[in-house]
Write a protein that binds this ligand. Structure first.
Ligand SMILES: Nc1ncnc2c1ncn2[C@@H]1O[C@H](COP(=O)(O)OP(=O)(O)OP(=O)(O)O)[C@@H](O)[C@H]1O
Length: 374
């Protein structure tokens, strides 16, 4: 089932929560809503489920308008953060309970419960009560209850947030596998960008009541449309610098100084007009060396070395500007000084207008890349 949201708005009293949300979620898609706390993700999910009305705008399931349909007529399943399992019922009874409205024969119910338990690897625990299960197992029961309904649309609201880090990683993989097997339309809410990036086929990034960008994980990562998406997606975060561009001299002036104390310059890709910008550079595109190799290298002091074993996140500083170099090797933990080489490829230099935060695309990017830029 495909889902369409057209110009959805929501106010709670005078407080705006959603502003003009228009989106299409394709049939069978694993679609993630991600954004900081309070950005309206759960509200969108609750409006799709029919649990709360939108202030204005419409919702369509395939071509059918369901804006005013009762929740029970929407034939969808939901998985919540708190699992919402009934404590006095066994695992199997909890799953069966979710089928109540479908008026199936007992034999059909039995088969659905058994299938769902098998899919989430809980067949052996069918007779346990929820409190006799680990957090991860309880989570699986909640997922089993949703998939047993065979709904074409499943909504999940932060379903993994109560699990520890390792279990969360495992359950992410399980949910992705489950979705591949069942191919239902799945709308998944999380505030965790890593979760969004690892699970979503497409991701809607929300902030400030509005859609910031919709795209595949790599579209968002490689072509963020604004400074919010640029810094929200990716870990460690994209470095941001206030820079001035001189298009005639083909230079970018960084808010740093070179070894002689003069403003530090790096080369400018074609197609960026003169002016002031926010320049975004991903930490893994910042190269770090102990000796200067090029006239464009910028001297830095090393503030902190976080050694991850096979890689290092190195915090460095020049003129009160601190930023991160994420390098794919070990870095000497006692190094006090180093040199940074900034990338020169247009694709690695992300310019944003200082007032609107909107991406300013270089000539090279305009020529080579159309995908992902709506
Ligand atoms: N019933 C309500 N009455 C008033 N304000 C509400 C109500 N429900 C939600 N809000 C407000 O709407 C905004 C969006 O809430 P929502 O739960 O959709 O955000 P979210 O992005 O899911 O955040 P979180 O990740 O914290 O769950 C918040 O500022 C919240 O305080």
């Amino acid at each position: 089932m495909a889902i369409q949201l057209t110009h959805l708005t929501k106010h709670f009293g005078d407080t705006p929560v959603l502003d003009d949300i228009t989106a299409t979620i394709n049939e069978g898609e694993f679609y993630v809503l991600v954004g900081p706390s309070g950005s309206g993700k759960s509200t969108i999910l609750r409006i799709i489920a029919g649990l709360i009305p939108a202030t204005s705008g419409d919702i369509y399931f395939d071509d059918k308008k369901v804006t005013d349909a009762a929740p029970k007529d929407r034939h969808l399943a939901m998985v919540f953060q708190n699992y919402a399992l009934l404590p006095f019922m066994s695992v199997a009874e909890n799953i069966r309970f979710g089928l109540h409205n479908l008026h199936l024969s007992t034999a059909d119910e039995d088969a659905r419960v058994a299938d769902a338990l098998q899919m989430v690897h809980l067949s052996d625990l069918a007779d346990r009560k929820p409190k006799e299960l680990s957090g991860g197992q309880q989570q699986r029961v909640a997922v089993a209850r949703a998939i047993a309904t065979q709904a074409n649309l499943v909504l999940m609201d932060e379903p993994l947030s109560n699990l520890d880090a390792q279990l969360r990683t495992e359950m992410r993989e399980e949910l992705v596998e489950l979705h591949k097997a069942l191919k239902m339309t799945l709308i998944y809410v999380t505030h965790d960008q890593t979760e969004a990036m690892t699970m979503g086929e497409r991701i809607m990034v929300l902030n400030d009541h509005r859609i910031q960008q919709v795209g595949t994980p790599l579209e968002l990562y490689n072509h963020p449309q604004n400074a919010f998406v640029a810094t929200f997606i990716g870990s460690p975060k994209m470095n941001m610098f206030t820079v001035t561009v001189d298009a005639a001299a083909k230079t970018i002036t960084l808010p740093m100084v070179d070894e002689d104390g003069r403003p530090a310059l790096i080369p400018l890709p074609a197609g960026i007009p003169s002016g002031t910008y926010q320049l975004g550079v991903r930490p893994e595109k910042v190269r770090l060396s102990l000796a200067s190799a090029s006239e464009y290298d910028v001297p830095v002091t090393v503030v902190n070395v976080a050694s991850l074993g096979r890689a290092s996140n190195v915090a460095v500083k020049n003129s009160d500007v601190e930023f991160i170099a994420d390098i794919a090797e070990q870095f000497p933990e006692d190094a006090a000084k180093a040199f940074v080489t900034f990338p020169t490829a247009a694709a690695d230099l992300h310019f944003f207008a200082p007032d609107t935060g909107l991406a300013v695309t270089s000539a090279a990017e305009k020529a080579g890349v159309t995908d992902g830029i709506a």
